[in-house]
Write a protein of this length. Structure first.
Ligand SMILES: [Zn+2]
Length: 323
């Protein structure tokens, strides 16, 4: 596939400075990053083009070569780039990033190297902590964010006639504590990024939210899988039972086989997080804890003594005596 003109891809003039190119790259790469465009194949293709254009224009030698010959030349060995992965797993678009994907990601969205990457940019960044439920099932979250916006009175010039603008005191921007609403796609996890279009420093910029997910008192999350404990009675464990297992999608009837031991783990396939980004579903794992009954009566004690006779061997016979 012939490579597109990297200047065109990044939307910068041929005489753009390194800083201008870097700024354009960061802005476009953030906007089209696959992580903020879950399931959008065209965004992924665009991101790939942007990354390839950046690889050419960031290296003075390669940029110079392109300017002279119109050829991008080969990336130096070991440089990150996009590779065709061939037939990937279902849902895969066939491309994979051969460099450290996380490095690119954190460089685009966090400080990395001092100073805010959003400085002098139309975009803005904020952190947002969301409830467990909205993260796993998706939802709409309202929050307040303090984001610098262009001053409306002076249209960002900082001037009002011959004096400084009274609203922004000559700075051209005002800090607004605005109520915002954002749609959370199902399957978002801590570290995920969400783009809110048109809500950056200016109307041309976007707001990037760095997501933190609150814990849950009962459900634990491991990627798209959910884990939780389910208590059963001694007779249920011995004889088997049909019980209701709580999952994030509601209660699910499940059979406990006769002779289930405490600590045994079972799986409900596809009952974990249904991830909008990967279009796949995790599983729900539930671990059995066998509850001993509270025995207070003589009759109860007699029954327990009968149970004691059922232990054919010493349950601790196989344990080591120590180190
Ligand atoms: Zn102003």
């Amino acid at each position: 596939m012939a490579m597109r003109d990297p200047y065109e891809v990044l939307g910068v003039p041929r005489n753009a400075t390194e800083a201008e190119i870097k700024k354009a790259y960061r802005r476009l790469a953030r906007k089209h990053h696959p992580d903020v465009n879950p399931g959008d194949a065209s965004a992924q293709k665009k991101f790939q083009e942007i990354a390839a254009a950046w690889e050419v224009l960031k290296e003075p030698a390669r940029r110079d070569r392109f300017d002279r010959t119109g050829e991008a030349g080969e990336a130096p060995p070991g440089a990150p780039g996009w590779a065709q992965a061939g037939r990937g797993p279902a849902g895969s678009t066939g491309f994979h990033w051969t460099g450290d994907f996380r490095d690119v990601f954190s460089d685009l969205f966090s400080g990395g190297g001092g100073g805010s990457p959003f400085e002098g940019d139309d975009d803005a960044a904020a952190e947002l902590t969301i409830p467990f439920r909205d993260a796993v099932l998706g939802g709409t979250v309202s929050f307040r964010a303090r984001v610098p916006r262009r001053c409306g009175r002076c249209a960002g010039t900082g001037r009002s006639g011959r004096s400084a603008c009274a609203v922004c005191h000559g700075t051209g921007s005002v800090s607004e504590n605005e109520k915002r609403t954002v749609r959370i796609p199902a399957g978002v996890d801590s570290g995920s990024k969400i783009r809110v279009p048109g809500k950056g420093r200016t109307e041309q910029g976007d707001l990037y939210l760095s997501i933190q997910v609150e814990g849950h008192p009962y459900f634990r999350r491991d990627g798209d899988d959910i884990a939780a404990e389910v208590p059963v009675t001694v007779p249920e464990a011995y004889l088997g039972a049909e019980i209701e297992v709580p999952t994030i999608h509601g209660g699910v009837r499940a059979k406990i086989p006769a002779g289930t031991a405490s600590g045994q783990r079972f799986r409900l396939k596809g009952k974990g997080v249904i991830n909008a980004r990967t279009a796949s579903a995790g599983d729900h794992y539930y671990r059995i804890t066998v509850l001993t009954p509270d025995v207070r009566t003589e009759g109860g004690r007699a029954l327990v003594k009968e149970i004691a006779k059922l232990y054919a061997i010493d349950p601790r016979a196989g344990l080591p005596r120590g180190l």
